[in-house]
Design a protein around this ligand. Sequence first.
Ligand SMILES: [Mg+2]
Length: 222
Amino acid sequence: MPFTHAVFDLDETLYPTEVGLMQDVGRRITEWLQRHLGLEATEASRIRELYVRLYGTTLGGLLAEHSDRVDVEDYLAFVHDVPVEDYLRPDPALRAMLETIPLRRVVFTNSTSEHALRVLNALGIADLFERIVDIRALNFIHKPRLEAYQRLLTLLGARGPACILVDDRPVNLQPAKRLGMTTILLNGPSQDGVDFTVGSILEVGPLVRQLLRRDGLGTTAE
Ligand SMILES: [Mg+2]
């Protein structure tokens, strides 16, 4: 099946972990847990790690275990209230790479569209994406739950084999693979559910063009 969509995770995929943005978000998550669940800092950190391990995200754990005490919109606004523009700068090399991918480009994120747009704008690449599928569009059913990927495909009007997914977490690629997507892992050892690994986001462009050639579509972007 010909590829139609290149789907990208946002955080720590379109920019490197080392910039520290998600560590800041992590601190905000711990602070929110302290305030709303009445926890000490160390216990809040422990709960955060536990929820990520058990549910994939802290919010997933909160919705599963404390849905009566969680104002989801308050949580999302609080944890993403970080100075994104202090961490990220326009990235011309990333932009040039994305421009060589002759597919519909989509962001697929467990964060909000506001946060995603802020990140994309700071990187100078917002105009290169036709759509952001965020946590609200997913009805708060987040990656790596299979339903999130099914919802993504419904929203895109696409079938799994027509999509390429890029993410920095192997656990987020496995459900995609089950639905027939081609999966690319950023910065990690290959494992079940991972078709390809790349050491840098900039390697995704050449890899996708290689896949398109294999698919018999060719590209004029070489
Ligand atoms: Mg990520």
